[in-house]
Design a binder for this molecule. Structure first.
Ligand SMILES: Nc1ncnc2c1ncn2[C@@H]1O[C@H](COP(=O)(O)OP(=O)(O)OP(=O)(O)O)[C@@H](O)[C@H]1O
Ligand SMILES: [Mg+2]
Length: 322
């Protein structure tokens, strides 16, 4: 069986006034049906652009290369009509900014029902009933009244839950969840994670989970990809990654010295130093200036992504011992 999402050598660059900004550099990533894959990394490393590339929603100044296959079919240069049919139905994104995904002048009930009428060909009554059921499922309190309200009448956390409900309405094959729980308090967060877990089990929905919250990642992800400066620097099964980070960046990010066991740190650590300017070309490893293990070789040649033991792939000349 082919993966639901298969990204190969994806590159995204933005044409600026006087320079080209490389946001994603030759990224490859797979998601199997029903699998949850997390993408983690510092702000600006390319997580959102990766999701937008899959959705076909990159801005006009983006140059894109490589391949993105959805359910075995190339969608990277797919015609607009084909992408419109996929988006919202089989392919959905939970946006980092819930404001951007809701239509301000339509009530919550209307915009949710419209999705079902359009993609599922339901009658209006049925669509409204399904929309209401979904609002209840994502734990929107007083859901019947919320159906008649406009986005601006809801709190940020409520809007986020509405958006999550909207993205799951058509039981998509793949959900790209970009920081889906950031605006939510801990109890609601746990409920939203539970809904995503249900979707995987019931509908075999594949999930790409972008999150700064390692407890969310540990609770949901089967595999994790670590991005740095637009590249994948490490990927592994979640248990391997949390148990034995092999890239010095992953280790620093999780602020964990390699150890046998122990609780997962709750949030990604903030690292000293800055990632490289995406408009500049780096000769060697992009992490070298901030790395404690840098050798002469690191500044000369970029390390390729290669397999280590178990499920781990790492792009480092001096991976940490297991
Ligand atoms: N329209 C654009 N034009 C030029 N550069 C852009 C544009 N959109 C994004 N970028 C750049 O692309 C890079 C990746 O951005 P992206 O939004 O994917 O980061 P991110 O990993 O999602 O960060 P965060 O954790 O803060 O959400 C950044 O350097 C950003 O400045
Ligand atoms: Mg982002």
């Amino acid at each position: 069986m082919h993966p639901v999402l298969s990204i190969e050598n994806l590159s995204v660059a933005f044409r600026g006034a006087d320079a080209e900004i490389a946001a994603i550099r030759r990224v490859s990533l797979d998601v199997a049906a029903g699998e949850c894959v997390a993408v983690v990394g510092e702000s600006g490393c390319g997580k959102t652009q990766l999701c937008l590339a899959v959705m076909g929603l990159l801005p006009a100044n983006a140059a894109i290369g490589g391949s993105i296959r959805f359910d075995g079919r190339e969608i990277l240069a797919a015609p607009r009509a084909q992408m419109n049919a996929l988006r919202g139905a089989r392919l959905a994104m939970i946006f980092q900014d819930p404001q951007s995904a809701l239509t301000p002048h339509l009530t919550i009930g209307t915009q949710m029902a419209e999705v079902l009428v359009l993609h599922r060909k339901l009658r209006w009554r049925e669509a409204e009933a399904d929309a209401l059921a979904m609002l209840r499922r994502v734990r929107v309190p007083d859901a019947a009244r919320r159906m008649r309200q406009y986005p601006h009448e809801l709190s940020g956390g409520m809007r986020q839950r509405v958006m999550i409900g909207m993205s799951l309405l058509c039981e998509p094959d793949l959900v790209l969840a970009d920081e889906p729980t950031t605006a939510l308090d801990v109890t609601i967060q746990a409920q939203v994670i539970a809904v995503l877990r249900e979707m995987r089990q019931e509908f075999r929905t594949g999930i790409v989970l972008v999150s700064h919250d390692l407890s969310v990642v540990a609770g949901l992800a089967d595999r994790v990809y670590v991005m740095y400066a637009g590249c994948i620097v490490e990927s592994a099964a979640a248990a391997d990654l949390f148990g034995h980070a092999r890239h010095p960046y992953t280790s620093a990010l999780m602020s964990c010295v390699p150890r046998i066991s122990g609780p997962v740190p709750p949030r990604l650590a903030t690292l000293p130093g800055q990632p490289p300017n995406p408009a500049e070309r780096v000769a060697g490893c992009a992490f070298a200036p901030r790395c404690a293990f840098t050798s002469e070789r690191c500044t000369r040649a970029p390390p390729p992504l290669r397999p280590l033991e178990g499920s781990t792939m790492v792009a480092c000349h001096h991976p940490l011992p297991r």
